[in-house]
Design a protein around this ligand. Structure first.
Ligand SMILES: *Cc1c(COP(=O)(O)O)cnc(C)c1O
Length: 396
């Protein structure tokens, strides 16, 4: 254990970099030694409007003066308003607020089961998810996750989850049976390596759900809130989920999650069936309200689409021919650089040169800048990355 780890009273469940960030503004972060960093990871797709965005900060400060927490035993005006903004701008009719992505997916899994058991009276309970997916760290959501590393040592896992290969229509069809309740997926597999789902496959999933009476659950926790160039990624696929989940960028850094559903599904969560003490507090939903108003009002998703196209074009131009670079892909400002070898050192080298990025699996560098990132900031980030890759070639 490092000296710093020995001195800490915290669980050592995070492999932390030796960096202490103390201030943030827009696309920039500063550490406790005065070093400045260009933030191309956004706290893992959370600070989509940059650090300390003024409209969200103002809404939070105002709410802090008025009321922090009551209980979902009472009406909460900010929660109503935030939910209305979400339903007005999506295919969903109802919103349940919670506190994290895992909790939102847990709610999605629960509502799928309860819908099948109580509304459709089909008795179906199995949920099909995909290899390489990431859906969270609670027991049900880590079981839904298509990666073994999150399950190691946590047996026994809850029943009722089946995993199939992404973009494999035959495997998917073979996995559907009389127990199947829902199909759940990320439209860009984010943490698992930045793999956008093929449009034909997404359409096929939607058709299979209709045909077999299954619910389509889209995990928009990372892809949502403008990240992929539309408010929600499903808009680009011409499909409508029955249920979808949000967290990460939903509160611009204030912790909050949401599970959204069509009216016929929402029926399954009648009074007393599900809840969360902190779900949708006046403060959390003030952050949500200001975040959506800003994203929608200022056309932030379209800006992300444009900036993402520019970022990918610049990366292809400056890194595309490099022997270590296998692929550059993504949607909007969720971008991956797949490399021929593990990228851990490339990330720490970026930190030394003032650029923060995050991995997506062992070989993919994931770029998640602020959706309001400027062209100059993109140029700067690409130039730092190009420098790192150029030095690698020289070293080989
Ligand atoms: C981050 C993430 C989650 C889990 O969210 P937490 O807030 O960490 O629980 C679930 N699904 C996807 C796609 C994510 O990116």
């Amino acid at each position: 254990m490092s000296e710093q780890a020995n001195a800490s009273s915290l669980f050592q469940n995070y492999a932390r970099y030796p960096i202490t960030l103390v201030k943030g503004e827009g696309s920039w972060l500063w550490d406790d030694r005065g070093n400045k960093y260009l933030d191309f990871m956004c706290g893992i797709a959370v600070t989509n409007l940059g650090h300390a965005p003024k409209p969200v900060k103002d809404a939070l400060v105002k709410q802090l003066d008025e009321l922090w927490h009551v209980s979902n035993l009472y009406h909460i005006p900010n929660q109503e308003a935030a939910a209305k903004l979400l339903t007005d701008n999506s295919c969903a009719d109802r919103v349940f607020f919670c506190n994290s992505g895992a909790e939102a997916n847990e709610a999605a899994i629960k509502i799928a089961r309860r819908y099948q058991q109580k509304v459709a009276a089909s008795g179906r309970y199995e949920i099909i998810t995909f290899q390489k997916s990431f859906h969270g760290r609670t027991l049900a959501t880590l079981t839904a996750t298509g990666q073994d590393k999150v399950k190691d040592g946590f047996l026994p896992l809850p029943e009722g989850f089946v995993h199939v290969e992404l973009n494999d229509a035959q495997a998917l069809e073979a996995a559907i049976n009389e127990r199947t309740a829902a199909i759940m997926l990320e439209l860009v597999v984010a943490e698992g390596g930045v793999y956008p789902v093929e449009p034909a496959f997404a359409a096929h999933i939607a058709a299979l759900c209709k045909q077999h009476g299954l619910l389509l659950i889209v995990d928009e926790i990372q892809t949502g809130m403008g990240r992929t160039g539309t408010l929600f990624a499903y808009e680009q696929y011409g499909i409508e989920p029955d249920v979808f989940t949000l967290a990460k960028g939903l509160g611009s850094g204030f912790p909050v999650g949401a599970m959204l559903a069509k009216e016929y599904v929402a029926e399954a969560f009648s009074a007393g069936t599900h809840g969360s003490t902190f779900g949708g507090t006046p403060i959390a939903t003030a952050a949500v309200k200001a975040t959506i108003e800003t994203i929608v009002g200022e056309g932030v998703a379209a800006k992300a689409a444009e900036a993402g196209a520019y970022l990918v074009q610049q990366l292809k131009e400056k890194l595309g021919g490099h022997p270590l670079v296998i692929d550059i892909r993504g949607k909007g400002l969720l971008v991956g650089i797949e490399c021929a070898q593990p990228i851990g050192e490339l990330i720490t080298e970026g930190q030394k040169r003032g650029l923060l990025t995050v991995s997506a699996g062992p070989n993919v560098i994931r770029l998640l800048p602020s959706l309001l990132v400027s062209k100059e900031e993109i140029d700067q980030a690409v130039s730092i990355l190009a420098g790192i890759f150029a030095d690698r070639t020289a070293a080989v």
